[in-house]
Design a protein. Structure first.
Length: 171
């Protein structure tokens, strides 16, 4: 089973940092890749460099959101504050054992998404960041196991209670 994040929209000046963070959270919290509906080479380059240094397999791709959703063969989870609370849906989503597309917004999300989604899932019913919503969804979906994933990169954090310790190897 694979998990892919779909970034709905991307405003080049305004969303560059947030779209990068959506991709980095997706990578670190267990998703296989991200599909963006708008090409931004700076986001792609940042994520590629992180993946190269820190390891793991993670892809960045581009395609129109509507075409991609309609071609998706699996569950579509739209993260929105207007949806059904995650605690009421997560077990059912997990139980389906199908590929999952997690759609997160940028600009105003087209209303059509609500009908195309298999699940409209709320991480609380208040305005908040799509980065936070994605992190919480992936953590609940994977039940915390994604935090134990080994990335096998050139760089690795050595846990420490009082300093930054990074192991770096030249490959």
């Amino acid at each position: 089973m694979k998990v892919v994040v779909l970034r709905l929209g991307h405003r080049y000046i305004r969303d560059k940092r947030i779209s990068t963070h959506v991709a980095l959270v997706a990578r670190a919290f267990g998703a296989n890749g991200i599909v963006m509906s708008a090409r931004d080479e700076s986001v792609e380059e940042s994520v590629r460099k992180i993946t190269e240094r820190w390891g793991g397999d993670f892809f960045v791709d581009y395609e129109g959101w509507k075409k991609f959703i309609k071609s998706w063969n699996g569950i579509i989870v739209h993260l929105t504050m207007y949806g059904i609370p995650i605690d009421e849906t997560i077990k059912e989503i997990r139980k389906a054992k199908k590929d999952i597309l997690v759609a997160v917004g940028s600009e105003k999300v087209p209303g059509e998404i609500f009908k195309l989604a298999s699940y409209n899932v709320a991480i609380g019913n208040q305005p908040h960041s799509e980065v936070a919503a994605l992190a919480i969804f992936l953590d609940r979906f994977f039940e915390g196991e994604e935090l134990k994933k080994k990335f096998e990169g050139k760089m690795k954090i050595l846990p420490s209670k009082d300093s930054k310790k990074v192991f770096s190897q030249k490959i």
